[in-house]
Design a protein around this ligand. Structure first.
Ligand code: GZL
Length: 322
């Protein structure tokens, strides 16, 4: 889907213009944003929530925050409640990509603008939301694949059997990270995905599914690709309990770049984490202010992210902000 991408700088300029354009009445009355969060399933989500709450306080924005405990019906309920409360802007991180047309049309009919953060939705009418602020998950999957291609080359290009812990079924990050990774590793026929199953982005489920992988595939597993660090950390426990060395007997490629991943890399138990930036709060608030002031905003706002292999973990760790 063609988006007009704009860096965070563009948003800052729009927000600055917004401040200038706001009428005295608007400037006096604090903005009210209704935010529906996926849940509290991972370290990444905790950091994302903290960023959003801190940025609302910083911007003197009245934030109505609802935790959906990873249930779509709870998000739909929260959005309906925000509409009934006549908030100025609705923002949310959609737990899955589909099933949003009806409630987003209700928001549009109520003339309340909607901003997506973190995850995207699949809707027939893109005017149902004004902007999507978040990472490119396909590219994150590709980066994981490229690291593994490079690892394979450096290790005699022997066959590598992979197991994959997918994120929440139907979520944009799970679908896109799977596709991006598969697209890149298709370039090396010696890389084979033996098993792929959801761990729902949580440590507990990641451990449980990795135990099942180990039971069925055992020492046949050379690589774990986890769609987030929490599932990788859960899997590390399962690998150790099976008497194997994570990061050595089983190479682990993960995504998010949370503190737990850096700690695991410094212990030699994780090989690389692909950064997925959760600190979307300031950009969300700037965008909401611009939207409320009637300023144009970019339809798609991406974030800058890096790749952190274990070799750089100790040096980078003190710089981490989440
Ligand atoms: C990605 C985000 C994902 C993280 C997980 O932007 O939606 O959800 O990768 C989190 O850690 O649970």
């Amino acid at each position: 889907m063609p988006f007009t991408r704009r860096t965070l700088l563009g948003v800052a300029v729009a927000a600055a213009m917004a401040c200038v354009a706001a009428t005295p009445a608007q400037a006096a009355k604090p903005l009210t944003i209704g935010f529906s969060q996926v849940g509290a399933e991972s370290e990444w989500r905790t950091a994302n929530t903290a960023s959003i709450k801190a940025a609302a306080r910083q911007a003197n924005i009245n934030l109505k925050f609802a935790d959906a405990q990873q249930q779509q019906q709870n998000q739909v309920k929260a959005i309906r409640s925000f509409i009934a409360q006549r908030v100025d802007v609705i923002a949310f991180s959609p737990v899955v990509e589909t099933g949003w047309e009806t409630v987003l049309r209700e928001a549009k009919n109520a003339k309340i603008p909607v901003i997506l953060t973190d995850r995207a939705v699949k809707v027939s009418d893109p005017s149902l939301y004004v902007s999507f602020i978040g990472s490119d998950f396909v590219e994150e999957g590709r980066r994981a694949g490229r690291w593994l291609l490079d690892y394979a080359k450096k290790n005699g290009d022997k066959p590598l059997n992979i197991v994959e812990l997918q994120g929440t079924v139907g979520s944009a990050p799970a679908t896109d990270r799977k596709n991006g990774f598969a697209e890149v590793i298709a370039g090396n026929p010696k890389l084979k995905v033996l098993r792929s199953q959801t761990g729902d982005f949580t440590r507990a489920k990641g451990k449980e599914v990795m135990e099942a992988f180990l039971k069925s595939e055992g020492k046949n597993i050379n690589v774990l690709y986890a769609h987030n660090d929490d599932m990788a950390i859960g899997a590390i426990q399962a690998i150790e309990e099976a008497g194997l060395k994570p990061g050595k007997d089983i190479v682990i490629v993960s995504i998010d770049g949370v503190r737990g991943a850096f700690e695991a890399m410094m212990k030699g138990k994780l090989n690389v984490t692909i950064e997925c930036n959760p600190l979307l709060g300031p950009t969300l608030m700037q965008t909401a202010q611009a939207v409320a002031a009637g300023q144009p905003v970019a339809k798609r706002i991406t974030v800058q992210e890096g790749v952190f292999p274990a070799e750089v973990a100790a040096k980078e760790f003190p710089n981490r902000k989440y």
